[in-house]
Design a protein around this ligand. Sequence first.
Ligand code: NAP
Length: 410
Amino acid sequence: VRAGVAPDHQHTKGVTRLFDRISRRRGFTFFLNVEIGRHVTHAELLQHHHAVLYAVGAPDDRRLDIDGMALPGAGTATETVAWINGHPDFAQLPVDLGHERVVVIGNGNVALDVARILTADPDDLARTDISAAALAALRTSAVREVVIAARRGPADSAFTLPELLGLTSTARVVIDDADRELVQRDLAVVDDAVTRAKLEILAKLPDAAGPTGRPRIRLAYLLTPHRVSGTDSVNGIEFRRTGTEQPVHLDAGMVLTSIGYRGKPITGLPFDDDANIVPNDEGRVVDPATGRAVPGVYVAGWIKRGPTGFIGTNKSCAMQTVSHLVDDFNAGLLDDPVARPAALDRLVRSHRPDVVDAVGWQAIDAAEIAGGQVAGRVRVKFTAVSDMVAVAAGAPAPSMARRLLADLRR
Ligand code: NAP
C-alpha cells in the first residue's frame, strides 16, 4: 500500500485502517525489517508455528527484451511508481522529466497510474503522501504528453472500467483519429458489456488538438515495441504497427515499460519458473515432484495466483487459503510447533537486531503523520530505512518530523 498504490488514490490506501485493526488483535506480532531466507529461514519459522502463510506478492517487473532498454531514460512504470511513493530502494532513482514526451508501453492500470501522476497538477499531489523528490521533479517537469502505447487494439485494453472512468474524470485524455476509427471498428463487433462501456468512453475522447495548457495523456493502439532509440540517453522509441512491418517512431525522453509484475522465489519453497508463482492447490503449497501438498506451507495473493486483480481480489484469495489451513489443522495434518513463541522472538532479535515491532511501527507512523500535519499533507514519508529504524528505536518523533520537513523543502 505504501509503495504500490498511487499517492492520489488515498481512498484505496485507507485499507491500512483494516490492517491496523487486525494488527491490534491479541496474538498478533510484528517482526518488520526481517527477510525470510536472509535473517530467518523458512524451516526456523515452521519450527515455531503450525503453519506459515506467504503473502509476499510479486515484487519484480516483467522485463521487455528489446534494444535500448539499458539507456538512461528507459525504465519501468512500477519502479517509477515506487519512486513517486518514496520506497527506500527507489528513492534515489534518476528520473529526468526534462523532455516533452514520455511513452508508457502496456495499458494496464499501472500504466494509467503512472501517466496520471506524471500529468497531474503538483499542487494537488502536494497534499498527498508523495515523496518530496518526486514532487520537486514534477514541479519543474517539462512533460507535455504521456503516450500509453498498447500492442493490441482498443477492445483488448488491459485497464479496467472504473480506472478508465477515474482517469477521464481527472486527467486530460485524448485519442488520435486513426485510433478512434479502431474503437469504432471494435464497437461494431464486441458484445461484452464492460468492454463496450470502455469503448464508448474511448469513442468520445477528444483529439489532441483541444485546448492546450494541461499536459495530456494519449491512448494509442496497435504499437508493438521494437527498439528504444538514443545514443547517450533515450530520444525516442520505434514500434512496428502490430501485424505489419510498418515502422512507427515517437520522439520521447523517457520510455517506461508497464507490462506486469513477476513473482520471486522464496528460499526453501518450490517455485514455478514459468508462471513465476509458488506452485499450489488453492493456496496449499504443492511439491511439483510429487504433486502432494507440502505440510504447513500456504500462499495467498499474487505469489499464489500471479499478478492480477485488485486489493479486494486478494481478500477472497486469502479467505480461500485460510479456510484450507483451518481444515488441515482440524484434520490433524499440521505438526505442533517444537519451539515456543518467545524463542522465535529471541531468534529473530539475535539474527536481526534492527527488527521493528508493533511499537516501533506505531512510532514511525506517528512521526510521518505528525510531519504531514505541519506540512498540510496526509503524511511525510521516511525514504531511508535507517531513519525508520532510528524512530522505531526511540529517536524523538518531533526531531524526525523536522527532518522530514527539511527533506521536503530541499
Ligand atoms: P496488466 O493489467 O497485466 O497489463 C499489462 C499490459 O502490458 C497489457 O496491456 C499487456 O498487453 C502489455 N504487455 C505485456 N507484455 C507485453 C509486451 N511484451 N510488449 C508490449 N506490451 C506488453 O498489468 P499491470 O498494469 O501491471 O497491473 C497488474 C494488476 O494490478 C492488474 O490486475 C491491475 O488491474 C492491478 N492494478 C490495479 C490498480 C487499481 O485498481 N487502481 C492499480 C494498479 C494495478 P497484452 O494485453 O497485449 O498482453
